[in-house]
Design a protein around this ligand. Structure first.
Ligand code: CTP
Ligand code: CA
Length: 227
């Protein structure tokens, strides 16, 4: 649609967005990771640019063109994503953590490709650092932080617990077991927990429309006029 239909309500603001999966190598050709197309995070980057923001997009491996006008940094592992986010976080007004960070990594990555030999391969997995929780602990006043949660069922109490645990202002959740929603699809349905965990709002639509709606919610919260 027409660029001029958007107001430049993020002019002068810096938005830091993470998107896509992270890959944790187990040997030079294989990895473990969480599923993510990166489409929601990229749509949020494009919407922020249209609305006048300076955008730093920290992207895991995805098959999407870089949003025009964004400063894109490509990363692979959760550790690389954490480093890049910490580099840009101090100067960000808004953080949108849309990445699907791999929950696990291995401490025994093989240097050579493992050849199949008909036997089992046992991996030892350890939890990755919680990047979002670490970032929110170092936040400064004036920063607004949105987290994401991809769940197979949306239990409101559990979402409120996750919002508090992560220390975010808003938590956008989607039910990935709903047909036609979530991973890879163009459309999505979001249950947004906002106002410090006290109110829920729901919206379905294209990822582009949802991106503008989510940014509206961030701006409303920043302006403290959210009812
Ligand atoms: N996240 C993160 N670092 C991790 C895991 C998740 O920064 N190691 C971020 C995600 O980018 C998302 C938010 O935390 O914005 C919630 O992610 P989610 O996977 O729902 O939460 P987890 O803490 O990983 O809990 P679980 O997967 O067990 O529900
Ligand atoms: Ca997770």
């Amino acid at each position: 649609s027409n660029e001029s239909t958007y107001s430049k309500d993020l002019l002068g603001k810096t938005v830091l967005i993470s998107a896509g999966p992270t890959y944790e190598p187990i040997d030079p050709v294989r990895f473990i990771g969480n599923r993510s197309s990166g489409k929601m995070g990229y749509a949020l980057a494009e919407a922020s640019i249209r609305r006048g923001a300076k955008v730093h997009l920290i992207s895991g491996p995805v098959a999407l063109p870089p949003p025009q006008g964004a400063n894109v940094e490509y990363v692979e592992t959760a550790r690389e994503m954490q480093e890049m986010l910490f580099k840009h976080f101090p100067s960000a007004d808004i953080l949108i953590m849309a990445a699907a960070v791999s929950d696990y990594t291995t401490d025994s990555t093989l240097a050579q490709k493992k050849k199949k030999d008909g036997t089992e391969w046992t991996l030892h997995l350890k939890e990755n650092p919680d990047i979002l929780s670490a970032l929110t602990k170092s936040r400064h006043p004036g920063q607004t932080i949105m987290g994401f949660a991809a769940e197979t069922s949306l239990v409101r109490k559990e979402l409120q617990d996750k919002l508090r645990r992560k220390g975010v202002d808003l938590l956008a959740s989607n039910n990935i077991s709903e047909p036609g929603s979530g991973f890879g699809s163009e459309n999505n349905s979001i249950l947004l927990l906002t106002h410090d965990g006290s109110s829920f709002e729901e919206k379905s639509g294209s990822k582009k429309d949802l991106a503008d709606w989510l940014i509206d919610r961030i701006i409303l919260l920043r302006n403290r006029i959210l009812s």
